[in-house]
Design a protein around this ligand. Structure first.
Ligand code: PEP
Ligand code: MG
Length: 899
């Protein structure tokens, strides 16, 4: 069966009928006033696209269903006396707004246009409908450049002194029809078809073809919509909102999609068709006005809205038309909404008894929560956007406009906040992007270089503001309306909405963050509904999740913040910052040590400092696990730069004031210099070749735990060895750690457990996880390095070098450093989990790469059976929410599979 009448489908048949068709069917079966029609399946489209031929049965099936529509309407398609007209509309499984084609008014011919005029008692309406058909059919079906039609319309308006289309009378439109027919003949080499069925069949084929229009292909690639789904085609009896003052067209939402508030939201335009609303020919009025214009239709619409909400159990958006006082539903779907509205609506629906708390949790997601946590512009501040572009990376940023990287860096170094404004960015702009509060470009979409890099940095970005005329050389841009902004002028950009403002818009902290940090009490009477909704859904998530959530934090303040955000410990304390600043000189001494005494002196100088670091951290996370990772980066990162030092030594030599210490240091830096430091002497390799380094760190950790215990605390510390590739590395470093811990125990009397585990961040570690597990108390997947080493990508370089091109060309939809590459890296994780647990059933498993806070990746880690994820403090709530959602969704899937 290739064609379904509306009464034969339902809302769950989106694969076959597309979203629009499935929902038209659902509304029909609910008894709502849907114009009669039918849907040609996506399967028919796929066959057509595969073979280039319309499937043989389609013609007869369309004939049968068309006859039913004709009977229902009491008219025949294109009948010269009283024609039935139909629309032919695309409708894929996933909404692809405006990407595919639609043809309205099929069935009008030189003869039936007169019948329509007579039946409607309106000449102008009939000729206007006919010229619209010629125009749409010409463009969509016959492939004629739309400019020909637009030019002819403009010329006619000039000639008649008519400012708007609506000022053209019936005679003028009739003349336009003649001109349009000439255009069709001249451009396509044939006359506009006068056989209505031929029009219909050609329009159906054209809509099938529009699945492969270039813009549709690009859109699908960006949205990760599969290219072989195909589109359904809906053939619907036309109803006319432009049939007089008692007609009109509108859109409605069952709640406010911006705030989630209950009420009547939408717009209405009297005596108009949907395309007039889009074209903005006249201003719409708020939907509530309809109550005064046509009370009966308004009341009926409100009833229908209530029915739809109750039925879909969610916010619905609706397109409707009123034809001479009669209401028709043209479309509905579960509507898009802002992040704040999503949380509010989900909890409202629970209160109204429409959905369960679990369902409410599945209706929001971590991306939305993350959006709500960015600082935002103060809603109370008056402001008017000067331009609007793509919301490429969320947040609110204010600063002085600068037009090149050098100025951005220079001004930023004097404490000035800047916004980097470029037509587009390239890898050369990277330093400027780092220095800027936000980035604004006039070209490129959400996968442009600026957007990708800004998101990677967590920096606010608005891109593709095409209405800005940016003159980089002169250091200024012009916005619509002649607004000029020069270098140094303050601008504000909203990466959540894509708005650009002149001057400073005050920024406020997100109330959601203030709630997470314990500053706002969700139970207080004056708490915002949004905060109450977030609190409630977080509680549901925490109650359902099986994944623990820890934080990556190195400093006591960060740890305290993470704890407030709900972290149940630290999954990764990177110790490298503990070797920076003043402490570099001890690292230098360690590297330069020529005998044990010198080396021991350097290590002993570091010991109390390290111990104090760990004590602070253990205090902030008292009672919760703290995983300390031993030093990972190559040592030369702590030493002077090779070039700088070489120059210094050379200059000193020339001046005859040689510094033997510098010269020794230079020899050491040269010795430690590596072509590929990320693959060189780092991680456990350092621990094995730099005597005493790891022992120092383990001693500091164990002594800090002992000190905390003496002070009445409950320290729970874990030691983690990085970059292990083989069990021998882990065994050797573990033996040393155990010896050191035993020594501290003996001296301090500390008896608490100190598990020793390893990171799994090399493919070889994953592939030999069974062996490694025998020497490890826990694994923590370092998915940053695991992604880098699995793909052979340098994590420091690729985002700027070529990821934008890869995203643009669809190699991947999202950076594998942002969201876990399940097919590749995920497979290694699965393998290591399985073989690690088989070797050691009590092996504790976590992840501490950036993916631990990425919503999609959290679902994967849940499925993989990890014990916890660890991520930056700010993402802890996101991970908690997603871990809860993952559990709810997995249970729902298991439930439906067992039914
Ligand atoms: C990792 O590689 O995933 C990790 C957490 O370690 P780092 O990012 O410090 O290399
Ligand atoms: Mg790593």
């Amino acid at each position: 069966m290739l064609v379904y009448g509306f009464a034969q489908g339902n809302k769950d048949m989106r694969d076959l009928l597309g979203g629009k068709g499935a929902n038209l069917a659902e509304m029909t079966n609910l008894g709502l006033p849907v114009p009669p029609g039918f849907t040609i399946t996506t399967e028919a489209c796929r066959t057509y696209l595969d073979t280039g031929q319309v499937p043989a049965e389609l013609h007869d099936e369309v004939t049968k269903h068309l006859a039913l529509v004709e009977t229902a309407r009491g008219k025949r398609l294109g009948d010269p006396g009283d024609p039935l007209l139909v629309s032919v509309r695309s409708g894929a499984k996933f909404s692809m707004p405006g990407m595919m084609d639609t043809v309205l008014n099929i069935g009008l011919t030189d003869r039936s246009v007169r019948g329509l005029a007579e039946q409607a008692g309106d000449e102008r309406f009939a000729w206007d409908s006919y010229r619209r058909l010629l125009q749409m059919f010409g463009k969509t079906v016959q492939g004629i450049d739309g400019a020909h039609f637009d030019d002819a319309l403009d010329a006619l308006k000039r000639d008649r002194g008519a400012p708007h289309d609506v000022d053209l009378d019936a005679g003028a439109l009739r003349e336009l029809v003649t001109t349009y027919k000439q255009i069709v003949r001249a451009e396509s080499g044939r006359d506009f078809p006068q056989d209505p069925r031929e029009q219909l069949d050609a329009a159906i084929r054209a809509v099938f073809d529009s699945w492969n229009a270039p813009r549709a292909i690009t859109y699908r690639r960006q949205e990760r919509i599969s290219a072989d789904l195909g589109t359904a085609v809906n053939v619907v009896a036309m109803v006319f909102g432009n049939a007089g003052p008692d007609s009109g067209t509108g859109v409605a939402f069952t709640r406010d999609p911006a705030s989630g508030a209950r009420g009547v939201y939408g717009d209405y335009l009297a005596n108009a068709q949907g395309e007039d609303v889009v074209a903005g020919i006249r201003n719409t009025v708020p939907l509530t006005e309809l109550a005064h214009l046509d009370k009966k239709s308004y009341d009926e619409l409100l009833d229908i809205m209530a029915t739809l909400e109750g039925h879909y159990r969610d916010l619905c958006d609706i397109e409707f038309t009123i034809e001479r006082g009669r209401l028709w539903m043209l479309q509905t779907r579960v509507g898009k909404r802002t992040a704040a509205a999503a949380f509010r609506i989900a909890t409202q629906l629970v209160d109204e008894g429409l959905i369960t708390e679990d369902e409410a949790l599945s209706r929001v997601d971590g991306h939305q929560l993350a959006q709500l946590m960015f600082p935002r512009f103060d809603e109370r501040a008056a402001r008017q956007a000067i331009a609007h572009g793509m919301n490429a990376s969320p947040g609110a940023a204010v600063g002085r406009a600068v037009f090149d990287t050098a100025t951005a860096v220079e001004w930023n170094s004097t404490g000035e906040d800047v916004i980097l404004v470029r037509r587009e960015t390239t890898p050369d702009d990277l330093d400027g992007m780092i220095a800027a509060r936000g980035i604004l470009t006039s070209r490129g979409g959400r996968t442009s270089h600026a957007a990708v890099v800004a998101r990677g940095m967590g920096k606010t970005c608005v891109c593709g503001v095409e209405t800005l005329d940016i003159d980089v050389a002169r250091g200024r841009f012009t916005a619509p309306g002649g607004v000029e902004v020069s270098e140094g002028d303050v601008i504000s950009i909203d990466g959540t909405t894509g708005d650009v403002f002149l001057g400073e818009v005050p920024v406020v902290d997100s109330p959601v963050v203030r709630y997470f940090e314990g500053e706002l009490d969700p139970g207080a009477a004056q708490a915002e509904e949004l905060v109450r909704s977030v609190h409630r859904l977080m509680k549901v998530a925490d109650g359902r999740r099986r994944l623990g959530v820890r934080a990556n934090a190195d400093l006591p303040d960060d740890a305290a913040r993470a704890r407030a955000m709900g972290a149940a410990g630290i999954g990764l304390c990177r110790t490298e910052h503990m070797f920076l600043g003043e402490r570099r000189r001890y690292v230098e001494a360690l590297v330069l040590a020529e005998d044990d005494a010198e080396r021991t002196a350097a290590l002993e100088a570091l010991l109390p400092l390290q111990r104090a670091d760990f004590e602070g951290l253990l205090a902030a996370m008292d009672g919760l696990p703290v995983t300390v990772r031993l030093l990972d980066p190559p040592l030369h990162e702590f030493l002077p730069d090779l070039t700088d030092l070489s120059v210094r030594v050379a200059l000193a030599g020339e001046r005859g004031v040689r510094d033997p210490q510098d010269e020794r240091l230079l020899r050491a830096v040269r010795r430690l210099h590596e072509q590929n430091p990320m693959m060189g002497l780092r991680g456990v390799r350092l621990g094995l070749v730099v005597p005493g380094l790891y022992a120092l760190q383990v001693r500091a950790v164990a002594e800090a735990a002992a000190a905390r215990e003496r002070a009445g605390g409950h320290p729970r510390v874990e030691v983690m060895i990085p970059l292990v590739g083989t069990v021998q590395e882990l065994e050797l470093s573990r033996e040393e750690a155990e010896r050191t811990i035993a020594d501290v125990r003996e001296r301090t009397g500390f008896t608490g457990p100190i598990p020793v585990g390893t990171m799994v961040e090399l493919p070889r570690a994953a592939l030999t996880a069974g062996a490694i597990a025998r020497a490890a108390d826990f694994f923590s997947f370092g998915t940053n390095d695991l992604t880098q080493t699995t793909w052979g990508f340098s994590r420091d370089d690729v985002e700027a070098a070529f990821f934008a091109a890869y995203l643009e060309r669809g190699v991947f939809g999202v950076s594998p450093f942002e969201s876990l590459d399940v097919a590749g890296v995920g497979r290694l994780v699965d393998l290591a989990v399985r073989e690690g647990r088989a070797a050691r059933p009590d092996l504790k498993l976590g992840v501490c790469g950036e993916h631990g806070g990425d919503p999609d990746s959290v679902h994967f880690f849940h499925e993989a059976g990890l014990d916890y994820v660890s991520c930056s403090a700010f993402r802890v709530p996101v991970a908690r929410l997603e871990a809860g959602r993952a559990a709810v969704l997995a249970d729902a899937d298991a439930g439906s599979a067992s039914r």
